[in-house]
Design a binder for this molecule. Structure first.
Ligand SMILES: [Ca+2]
Length: 499
């Protein structure tokens, strides 16, 4: 079952020969809120420690999630499968222990395994040790469920100067576990921050960070793009409406008596600063973990990966939150540091998605990824190889039709040059369902000319040939990964009508 993992790693004769794996994940940390991704927020220097990971290792420029919502992303991470295969399509999904494949296979390969922080998959984590927040958990004085003891003795409350904030508590629990680990065996630690999930809360020490700064605004905060061929009522997309009940000002307690422009400007500044203060807590936590490993003498024999369960809209398109297939929400940061085999400062622009994470973690541990995993290990890419048969389009599907933030269900593909989205708008039978949910619509973006997705070119005759090609590719991928519309007669009927 074992294979040679990375060039610098000896062929695994025993577990002791293999690298430690520290998998760091945050919640809703958009790539454009990392300095290393060099977006409009980079000049605020939001993530010095994470930028260090990019300097020392590889940054993936085109990494994406396949369903931009918490629980499904985590299920994909552990199974290497798309949502329709692991059946965790929505927030109400869960993952039984026997399907937590990454944890089980790496433990079986001789690693000691731990899951610390936000879990959100409801069932018991299948790790040697766990210390996890129940559900979303609390930002302050969090209670976590710890393995090895029956309820209620398994509840541990974190408080005090070093752990009253959830990011500090999760770092403390990880460092404690690392300090008492069995040094004869390599470790696999999944360290998952709750931050910066909304409603953002930073530790008190960041209260004045960025106080005098002015956070750059995206142009689309003011000039909402015309996405729509179906509806152009300023809602921002063909059928998705802006949710007046959940907006930046609502979150930040901005005085609604301010004029519209001042309200938006004030809300944006407060919202972004609060988010970036919460991000800084994550970054400082990463710095502390890396410092611990360095002091422990194992940093360079540890593969350190950093990602987020999905991206986040920070005022782009005048939106907040995730769920959308738009770039800010679909894209995830992905950084990998492993000095023995990954060149410092290297970058890769292949289309990677979060089904690839599980096979990657397995190969790093010297385990051959099982064929039921749908993603592909990026280990060859880490070594600087170009694979001619790497995917040319990445699939996306958001299932929760109008469940939160008024985001309609949709699916689509993104290539390096184009993005095609189909808002299939299944009718809702829920009380209060809106007429708009039954209005399907297509969007097409030419990312070469329009990387911010400001102009929907679906229906433009100049793109007719490209549209046909992309639709064909969309159907091909849906068949390949087993998410065909034939399984859903109602959806199939809509598609046939609007193809
Ligand atoms: Ca999330």
């Amino acid at each position: 079952m074992y294979v040679a993992a990375l060039a610098a790693v000896p062929v695994a004769g025993s577990a002791a020969d293999r690298p430690n794996i520290l998998f760091l994940m945050s919640d809703d940390h958009a790539a454009h809120a990392l300095g290393a991704y060099d977006g409009r927020l980079a000049k605020l220097d939001p993530t010095p420690a994470l930028d260090g990971l990019a300097r020392d290792g590889m940054l993936f420029e085109n990494a994406f999630c396949t369903n931009s919502i918490c629980t499904p992303s985590r299920a994909t991470l552990l199974t290497g499968q798309y949502s329709h295969v692991n059946r965790v399509t929505t927030l109400s999904g869960h993952l039984e222990g026997d399907r937590q494949y990454v944890a089980n296979l790496i433990r079986d390969a001789g690693y000691q395994t731990a899951m610390i922080g936000k879990w959100h998959l409801k069932r018991e984590p299948s790790f040697d040790y766990y210390c996890v927040l129940p559900g979303q958990g609390s930002y302050f004085n969090p209670v976590m469920r710890e393995s090895g003891r029956p309820w209620p003795d398994n509840l541990r409350r974190f408080s005090g100067y070093d752990s009253s904030h959830s990011s500090d508590a999760i770092v403390k629990a990880s460092i404690e576990w690392l300090a008492r680990r069995d040094r004869k065996r390599p470790f696999f630690l999944m360290h998952h921050f709750k931050a910066p999930h909304d409603n953002f809360e930073n530790a008190e020490r960041y209260d004045f960070l960025y106080e005098d700064a002015s956070v750059p605004e995206p142009a689309s905060l003011w000039k909402v793009p015309n996405h729509g061929s179906v509806s152009t009522d300023g809602a921002g997309t063909s059928i998705g409406k802006r949710n007046a009940r959940r907006n930046m000002g609502h979150h930040m307690f901005v005085d609604p008596e301010l004029g519209a422009e001042a309200y938006k400007r004030t809300a944006y500044q407060r919202y972004l600063k609060k988010y970036l203060r919460t991000v800084r807590g994550v970054d400082d936590g990463v710095a502390r973990l890396l410092a611990f490993l360095e002091e422990d003498g194992v940093l360079d024999n540890t593969v350190v990966l950093y990602t987020s369960d999905q991206g986040f809209m920070l005022g782009e398109h005048d939106y907040i939150d995730k769920r959308w297939m738009y770039e800010e929400s679909q894209r995830i940061p992905l950084l990998v540091r492993y000095p023995g085999a990954v060149a410092a400062g290297s970058r890769n622009d292949d289309l990677v998605n979060n089904t690839d994470l599980a096979p990657t973690l397995l190969e790093l541990a010297g385990v051959t990824p099982p064929s039921f995993m749908q993603g592909r290990s990026v280990v060859p890419l880490l070594k600087g190889r170009r694979l001619e048969d790497w995917r040319e389009a990445t699939y996306y599907r958001y299932w929760m039709n109008y469940a939160h933030h008024d985001v309609p269900a949709h699916y689509g593909i993104r290539t390096k040059e184009f993005k095609l989205i189909f808002f299939y708008g299944l009718p809702l039978d829920a009380p209060g369902a809106r007429e708009s949910t039954t209005t399907p619509g297509w969007e097409l973006y030419d990312l070469r000319r329009d990387p911010r997705e400001a102009r929907n070119v679906y229906g433009d005759p100049a793109y007719a040939e490209e549209t046909r090609r992309l639709k064909h590719e969309l159907l091909r991928i849906k068949a390949e990964i087993g998410d065909t519309d034939e399984k859903y007669p109602e959806l199939m009927a809509i598609r046939q009508q609007h193809w």
